[in-house]
Design a binder for this molecule. Structure first.
Ligand SMILES: NC(=O)c1ccc[n+]([C@@H]2O[C@H](COP(=O)([O-])OP(=O)(O)OC[C@H]3O[C@@H](n4cnc5c(N)ncnc54)[C@H](O)[C@@H]3O)[C@@H](O)[C@H]2O)c1
Length: 372
């Protein structure tokens, strides 16, 4: 089996699908070889020489698109899908629940594709769960951006000229990204409050040294598969009122709230932003799905009444090296289910992970959810 790793082409994408350590482990397998596009790992801190030393062949980028299995981070463009044929497989983020055109194009080309977003969130699949590994990188990056943009000392600093109190940080949504944002802000010394509509998250916030904001007038909103259920309009309004009040006391807010397959819930209204002190900062991780803050614009910084509302895109790419390291390991673990003893692609659709992650095969969209 030839595995190809092309250079990423999406704007601002600095991650790479395989890092040299993982190349080394894959290339050590009999009947498996790895081709890496020239310069593919540069933005993640891995020059071509590291890939050669790890056992990969560094080739013109075009060549990698001819491999049996092509590994990518970002979803492919139509032109990139056009380079693939029915003997090939593609594994990467494909946005399978929203990018209908990508699903159709992959099926039409007869490509066997696997979406990292479609890996089940089960215990067995944890080591392949790129949503979690990349959310951890995004939460960390969000905390650092918020700290830098706030221009504040996060921890208390005492000098002969006086004492500066610690920053007050509120994190909304305490899933994988939110908990990492809590942990990072806490390590920097801030006073951190966290909020989630799933009660289980309150204990997790506390375990990281944060103070859970216990809005217990909302019943526990844990739904299917550990995810949150959408709140009713009335519950949403109550939450927004309570958060608006709390927001006015914070120096920094990091928002990460999401409901799978739906637009991000609105948590911070424009009025709540105006009630914050000038110089405060909001970093909205949900910017790309509509934003948790009413004023968020994806990819922009909006300043309202002296409050910066930052809507970053693709935050995991801000931490290209560790995010790539974890992503590459997720891929290696998934490949473990897909490579047969003879170095062939082994498609066992009885395996719940393979069945769930495979979006297109044999000219069809296999995944019912993606087809919808
Ligand atoms: N393999 C596994 O077992 C596995 C892997 C990853 C995540 N999980 C679990 O799945 C859950 C969600 O993880 P995620 O990070 O992917 O979630 P996510 O990105 O879908 O959502 C982020 C957070 O936003 C919260 N949220 C939704 N609406 C909200 C609102 N109105 N106000 C405040 N918060 C709101 C959610 O409860 C969630 O914690 C967690 O319980 C996590 O532990 C399990």
């Amino acid at each position: 089996m030839k595995i190809g790793v092309p250079k990423e082409t999406a704007e601002g994408e600095r991650r790479v699908a395989l890092v040299p350590d993982v190349v080394k482990s894959l290339a050590a397998k009999e009947k498996v070889s790895v081709q890496v596009g020239a310069g593919a790992g540069e933005a993640a801190g891995h020059p071509d020489s590291q890939y050669s030393e790890a056992g990969a062949e560094v080739v013109e980028d075009e060549v990698t698109w001819g491999a049996d299995v092509v590994l990518r981070v970002a979803a492919p463009s139509a032109a990139e899908i056009g380079r693939l044929n029915s003997s090939q497989s593609l594994i990467g983020h494909l946005s399978p629940w929203t990018a209908a055109e990508t699903n159709k194009a992959l099926a039409a080309a007869g490509v066997t594709s696997f979406a990292m977003e479609a890996i089940p969130r089960t215990t067995r699949a944890q080591a392949m769960d790129a949503l979690s590994s990349q959310a951890a990188a995004a939460g960390y990056a969000a905390s650092l951006i918020a700290a830098r943009e706030s221009g504040r000392f996060y921890g208390m600093i005492t000098t002969a000229a006086g004492t500066v109190p610690p920053a007050k940080v509120l994190v909304l949504g305490a899933g994988v990204a939110g908990l990492q944002a809590v942990a990072t802000a806490k390590r920097l010394g801030a006073i951190v409050t966290g909020f989630d509509i799933r009660r289980a998250a309150w204990e997790q916030i506390a375990s990281l040294g944060g103070r859970p904001l216990e809005l217990d007038f909302i019943p526990d909103a844990e739904g299917e598969g550990g995810y949150a259920r959408p709140l009713t309009d009335e519950e949403n309004a109550q939450v927004r009122d309570a958060l608006g009040e709390n927001a006015a006391k914070q120096d920094v807010i990091v928002t990460t709230a999401a409901i799978p397959g739906r637009p991000a819930p609105l948590l911070i209204t424009a009025d709540a932003v105006r009630a914050m002190a000038p110089g405060s900062v909001i970093v909205d991780l949900a910017a790309e799905t509509g934003g948790n803050c009413e004023l968020t614009e994806a990819g922009q910084t909006v300043v309202e009444n002296g409050v910066k509302v930052i809507g970053p895109r693709n935050l995991a790419s801000e931490m290209p090296r560790p995010a790539s390291q974890l992503y590459a390991k997720n891929l290696e673990n998934l490949l473990g289910l897909l490579i047969g003893e003879e170095g062939e692609l082994k498609l066992d659709f009885e395996d719940d992970i393979v069945a769930a992650a495979c979006i297109t095969h044999g000219g069809e969209i296999r995944s019912e959810r993606a087809a919808q």
